[in-house]
Design a protein around this ligand. Sequence first.
Ligand code: AMP
Ligand code: ZN
Length: 117
Amino acid sequence: MSGQPQDDCLFCKIAEGHIPATIVRETETTVAFRDINPQAPTHVLVIPRAHYENAAELAAAEPTIAADVLREAKAVAEEDKLESYRVVFNTGSGAGQTVWHAHAHVLGGRGLHWPPG
Ligand code: AMP
Ligand code: ZN
């Protein structure tokens, strides 16, 4: 069911502490951890503890938790002392989504080109 932990979901397992990750921040509703394959000096994923397939589904079902994810993205950037940063929600396989649990990529610490590839 939407929002409930999924047995086959990597990020649910990280949120539950069943798979290790380099966690940088935790709140009641979110977990932030370093991406295992970083694309920038700061590359942190912020996830809701609740399982939704993507950011839009999260926002539709749990708008306050979607806002928590954005607030935590800013907190991660502040902790890493980033003046500028990018928050990305890949949505759909054509956009590069590979994990079907909503997550914000927080990227910074190098020049970020616009538009992205
Ligand atoms: P996306 O491709 O937007 O779905 O993002 C998934 C991200 O999860 C990728 O950037 C992966 O490098 C990252 N990732 C996959 N497995 C792990 C893991 N065990 N710990 C941390 N990050 C991971
Ligand atoms: Zn999940």
